[in-house]
Design a protein around this ligand. Structure first.
Ligand code: NAX
Length: 331
């Protein structure tokens, strides 16, 4: 039998946490043969709710679940974890300045970075979900210098999956037949959902999405804004932000990272830029990646057309501004 893997979920008493922890305990994230021990962190005002989630995990009697730590103590939460999914953060509230929200999250991610660096298992893999996800991940990287930068990522897989979903609906094929869309840049409304290399599996072989959709006007405008604005559309419909799709995508992100992407398929992950595609180095930016043996690699050599270039640069500019704002909160 395999040794249990310890998975930390911060913000575990929240909406996404509530959808995510049962998926992890059922083996959706790490596989149906992988036992897990869940570490759940939240803040004191949510301690009772967090304990309620722990009670439900016990009640669900998940065979793969070998233990649950539910705590408001960051050190206890981080100790020995192999995977850390950072969902906890400070949400933007009506009337708050961007800088104030950033400042709250910078201090949360700075503190949690230090706790992870000191107490997590060696080679712990980190996924930041909480917004501003790319910049929170960057702060975490800066304040956990002994965690390899390749181990620190942020979630853009939900945006990636949303793009697959839109193409699937438009072409009227199951979403499983669509692949290799790309989300470039920030997990925000400046992200660039790119279908220029995406394909659909058809009975007569793989076809480019552009050919099958056969409507460049839609692909270059409405498709892009629909994916960019999907979070807002969910809030409007549900009066709550995306939770089940965010949780499911977080599982996809970790599963593909740990167990590998299928041959010929890439996914989108927010990772530390090395300057690929002339994206400034030193940002956490979403790229197309393939994963093997627990490591991601940016897909190289894709053709970037003029329209795409502008969009890659625009979202990079926003991330550079966020980075500057985050640093201004430190001083
Ligand atoms: P909730 O407000 O329901 O849950 C957040 C939880 O975090 C709360 O229980 C809160 O007490 C806890 N928390 C706050 N500060 C904490 C700290 N310092 N340590 C530990 N826990 C802390 O929000 P939810 O809907 O679950 O969303 C969580 C985060 O995901 C938000 O920042 C949200 O913006 C972000 N999202 C990111 C997405 C992505 O694709 N990257 C998509 C979904 C989601 O909007």
């Amino acid at each position: 039998a395999k040794e249990p893997v310890r998975v930390l979920v911060t913000g575990a008493a929240g909406q996404i946490g509530y959808a995510l922890v049962p998926m992890i305990a059922r083996g959706v994230m790490l596989g149906a043969d992988q036992p897990v021990i869940l570490h759940m962190l939240d803040i004191p005002p949510a301690a009772e709710a967090l304990n309620g989630v722990k009670m439900e995990l016990v009640d669900a009697a998940f065979p793969l679940l070998k233990g649950v730590v539910a705590t408001t103590d960051v050190v206890e939460a981080c100790t020995g974890v192999n995977i850390a999914v950072m969902v906890g953060g400070f949400p933007r509230k009506e009337g708050m300045e961007r800088k104030d929200v950033m400042s709250k999250n910078v201090s949360i991610y700075k503190a949690q970075a230090s706790a992870l660096e000191k107490h997590a298992a060696a080679n712990c893999k980190v996924l930041v979900v909480a917004n501003p996800a790319n910049t929170n991940a960057l702060i975490l990287k800066e304040f956990a210098p002994s965690i390899p930068e390749k181990n620190i990522t942020c979630l853009t897989r939900l945006d990636h999956n949303r793009a697959l979903g839109q193409i699937s609906e438009r072409v009227n094929v199951p979403v499983s037949e669509v692949k290799n869309v790309i989300i470039w840049g920030n997990h925000s409304s400046t992200q660039y959902p790119d279908v220029n290399h995406a394909t659909v599996k058809t009975p007569s072989g793989e076809k480019p999405v552009r050919q099958l959709v056969n409507d460049d006007a839609w692909l270059n405008a409405e498709f892009i804004t629909t994916v960019q604005q999907r979070g807002a559309a969910i809030i409007k419909a549900r009066k709550l932000s995306s939770a089940l799709s965010a949780a499911s995508s977080a599982c996809d992100h970790i599963r593909d990272w740990v167990l590998g992407t299928p041959e010929g398929t890439w996914v989108s992950m927010g990772v530390y830029s090395d300057g690929s595609y002339n994206v400034p180095a030193g940002l956490i930016y979403s790229f197309p990646v393939t994963c093997q043996n627990g490591e991601w690699k940016i897909v190289q050599g894709l053709q970037i057309d003029g329209l795409s270039r502008k969009k890659l640069d625009l979202t990079a500019e926003e991330l550079s501004e966020e980075k500057a704002l985050a640093y201004s909160c430190l001083s």
